[in-house]
Design a protein around this ligand. Structure first.
Ligand code: ZN
Length: 58
């Protein structure tokens, strides 16, 4: 069983069944965090994780 989640800001998708997903989500959240905006081309703002379920067509 697997599930994908999508970042509401940039649309990047992640596999929620990935054992490293908590780490990857934190790192991605900090990517959008205005307080850690050291990358000028990053989209900054409040984000949320959108569950996509297990439909590969989404
Ligand atoms: Zn994102």
């Amino acid at each position: 069983m697997w599930m994908r989640i999508r970042c509401s800001l940039c649309g990047m998708t992640f596999d929620d069944a990935d054992p490293l997903i908590p780490h990857k989500k934190r790192r991605h959240e900090s990517w959008h965090d205005p307080s850690t905006a050291y990358r000028r081309n990053a989209i900054r703002g409040s984000m949320s994780w959108i569950p996509l379920g297990n439909d590969p067509e989404k």
